[in-house]
Design a protein around this ligand. Sequence first.
Ligand SMILES: Nc1nc2c(ncn2[C@@H]2O[C@H](COP(=O)(O)OP(=O)(O)OP(=O)(O)O)[C@@H](O)[C@H]2O)c(=O)[nH]1
Ligand SMILES: [Mg+2]
Length: 246
Amino acid sequence: MNMVVIMPTYNEAANVGPMINLLFGEVFPVISGADMSLLVVDDDSPDGTGEIVGKMQACFDRLYLSIGIKTGLGHAYVRGMRYAMDRLGADAVVEMDADFQHDPKYLIPMVKAFAEGADYVIGSRFTPGGSIPPGWAWHRRAVSILGNAFARRMLKLPGIHDLTTGFRLTRVRGVLDRIDLTLLMALNRFAYKVDLLYRSVMLAERTVEVPIHFLERHDERSKFSVQEIFSTLKVVIRLRFISKSH
Ligand SMILES: Nc1nc2c(ncn2[C@@H]2O[C@H](COP(=O)(O)OP(=O)(O)OP(=O)(O)O)[C@@H](O)[C@H]2O)c(=O)[nH]1
Ligand SMILES: [Mg+2]
């Protein structure tokens, strides 16, 4: 069983090396029942992230690199998902950040849930046992909590507590291979995530949430923006109308 962790990077020179070493050194070896690969999807980062990964490929057979131009996070994921399905023969893919906000240790319960029959596994910050960073300012916490509650109601997914998380595992056959990735909304932004989640949940026979503690970024640079919030709300509202008309 071929599992490909897809990790988009843009200016992650400080994080990507330690992340690759942690995954191949400590996490992948303790995962049984899946052959784990890592695909870094870099958008020609000016800080040399791609070169670091390129050099490390000499040490790790199952480390892959796709370099492209920067057109936004969703497009990077689409490129990575195509690569994983078409060239690496992935049976499942994982979406995961490179900046240590997603603790790689959660891959272990996520792959386990998949091995036990889940088609879609959500690394959830809002399910009991999960959390958002306690250091986040109140307004950022409020946006995250209220935004999720709104999306959950609008999309009528009461059983799903985290619709905007970036840490997810998807079965290829029957789920990812049935989604036309080019049609996803807001691929130039983070907002594509809620569209992809909605479609995946609709296609998956079994969706499971695994609680995660979402960590603070390693450096304190943050791209949290009002534009991203509005873009996500817009996608949720459009999805609601699309689902109604069916
Ligand atoms: N290839 C690619 N990767 C990206 C792009 N934008 C973000 N990323 C990567 O996607 C992951 C998530 O992006 P972040 O910038 O950490 O987003 P975030 O966690 O919502 O925001 P922060 O609070 O800034 O960490 C990281 O691994 C980034 O390096 C992009 O346009 N292209
Ligand atoms: Mg981040």
